[in-house]
Design a protein around this ligand. Structure first.
Ligand SMILES: [Ca+2]
Ligand SMILES: [Ca+2]
Ligand SMILES: [Ca+2]
Length: 508
């Protein structure tokens, strides 16, 4: 079964990133250190002394948080990635040269590393060293290096090395992704079945796009629709459908708020089937999001010219909620905000909003449990959270956060999954404009109680187009995932809810 999934994963990647480079490796081995001076000789059997290339990959364990310097000594070309950052890039013919890069690193790991090297002619040298808190400059020791994913209790044995004849590096499409990505997808997929959706203009029109948490199944969800753009995807509680708005293309240049005649709200199955218009005149909430799902059948949206309205998708019945204007309440109907983050207490019974001062920033939204709000606290960051009960504000992730690749650390469009176990956002290389910059989509696991991120964000889009406004889904842990475990239901009858209990599992 595992094997089967791996094949699908690899073939999906290949389909995505073809042409696959199937250049055969001359030599594969684990190198316990990268500390080579081959002189004018060959690194090993089957590899020529001139004109070869090597890719070292794996992970490393961080002895402690802090500032690290990586040194690559090379003759000839060298490239070094740490996590998703290309930190050294000297892909040229040269005599023995030392290049260095300094970076802040956080968390024991696994951190990902990839060093690529080629030798053209003459002497050949390839060495990888580091220095860090309490660590003198030295070749990175074997005990810190892992050919696969580091995990607690495993022993370091070095890095995986693949040697190719020729200066042109071979490898699969997966080998060429930023080194943290493929490993990151595998880690994310362990959390359960899930996917991320977002807006992208990669085809020239804004459409809703999809990718599985395991990196597979990158595809357009919403259909092509002439002269219109699709915005503000939001996933249903069970993860089978999403809603989005369809906006006239002519209005899209700098506008996301309101249209003279409103904009239709659609629901579509995540597999692309079952498209259905559910409201004629919707608008977006602060320009960002268009709906709050209450349950599988009911959502709140904003009809043009009116306040928030509850819509039953099965019956089509609408019910106006008391607040007027661009207010959208949270799912528990205890708080509401406009596009400015006020996170104001909302009394659903009387329909009153106790309006609070705006906190500054934009893109406010709420977690499902009614405990938190979150928003963009400033340009590109920070992304903050507010505990609605106490109004205490704290940081989720910062602008230029060291947990992000340096070229993707300018943040926008935050959203938590319904279960609050995943957090997603877009990040650009310090470009601000929301309609033209190269934002890409990231997902990080989160503690659903505190909203603390529990691992580094993993990247899910790599297109130079604008990828933004993501939403993410993670399936609940399912019963029946272990052999022999049968799902069961229990009926509680009102007059028998106290006293002795006996459980009967039927088939035992
Ligand atoms: Ca040589
Ligand atoms: Ca050389
Ligand atoms: Ca992009």
């Amino acid at each position: 079964m595992k094997y089967h999934v791996a094949i699908i994963f690899m073939s999906a990647l290949c389909t995505l990133l073809c042409p696959c480079d199937l250049q055969a490796a001359a030599l594969r081995r684990t190198d316990s250190l990268v500390d080579f001076d081959w002189g004018d000789g060959s690194p090993g059997e089957g590899v020529p002394a001139d004109g070869f290339s090597v890719r070292w990959t794996g992970s490393f364990q961080l002895p402690q948080d802090g500032k690290y310097t990586f040194y690559a000594v090379s003759d000839d070309g060298i490239r070094l990635w740490v996590d998703d950052n290309l930190v050294i890039d000297n892909w040229t013919d040269h005599g023995q040269t030392e290049n260095e890069a300094q970076m802040d690193l956080w968390g024991r790991g696994p951190h990902f590393i990839r060093m690529e090297y080629y030798e053209n002619t003459g002497q050949s040298v390839a060495k990888l060293l580091w220095a860090g808190p309490g660590i003198e400059k030295q070749v990175i020791p074997t005990q810190s290096l892992f050919p696969e994913l580091w995990s607690e209790g495993t022993k370091g044995t070095g890095l995986r090395a693949v040697y190719y004849a020729g200066t042109e590096l071979g490898g699969t499409a997966e080998d060429k992704l930023p080194p943290g990505t493929a490993q990151g997808w595998k880690q994310m997929a362990k959390l359960g079945r899930g996917f991320v959706v977002w807006e992208s203009n990669r085809t020239g029109n804004w459409r809703i796009w999809h990718r599985g948490l395991d990196g597979s199944d990158l595809r357009q969800v919403s259909p092509d629709e002439k002269d219109r753009d699709h915005l503000a995807p939001h996933i249903s509680p069970d993860g089978t459908r999403l809603v989005y708005v369809s906006v006239p293309h002519a209005l899209m240049i700098s506008w996301r708020e309101d249209a003279p005649d409103g904009i239709p709200l659609y629901v579509i199955n995540v597999d692309g089937s079952g498209l259905k218009q559910i409201a004629v005149n919707a608008r977006t909430y602060g320009g960002d999001r268009a709906a709050v799902w209450l349950d599988e059948d009911n959502l709140i949206y904003l009809p043009a010219g009116k306040g928030p309205t509850k819509l039953n998708l099965r019956t089509g019945k609408e019910e106006r909620l008391p607040p007027s204007g661009l207010w959208l309440p949270n799912r528990t109907m205890t708080c509401a905000t406009t596009g400015s983050p006020t996170f104001s207490p909302y009394d659903a019974a009387s329909g009153t909003i106790n309006e609070q001062a705006a906190l500054g920033g934009c893109m406010p939204y709420f977690t499902t449990d009614g405990v938190w709000g979150f928003w963009m606290g400033g340009g590109g960051g920070p992304i903050n959270r507010i505990r609605l009960g106490t109004r205490q504000v704290s940081l989720i992730i910062n602008l230029h956060d060291s947990r992000l690749p340096a070229d993707r650390a300018y943040l926008y469009f935050p959203m938590f999954s319904r279960c609050q176990r995943l957090f997603t956002f877009g990040a650009s290389p310090d470009q601000h404009d929301h309609a033209t910059s190269d934002y890409d989509i990231f997902v990080a696991p989160a503690n659903p109680e505190t909203l603390e991120l529990t691992a580094n964000p993993v990247r899910y889009s790599f297109h130079k187009a604008t990828d933004r406004y993501p939403d993410v889904f993670l399936a609940d842990f399912e019963l029946g995932t272990h052999v022999g475990e049968a799902p069961f239901t229990v009926d509680l009858q009102g007059d028998k809810i106290s006293g002795q209990w006996t459980w009967d599992f039927g088939d035992g």
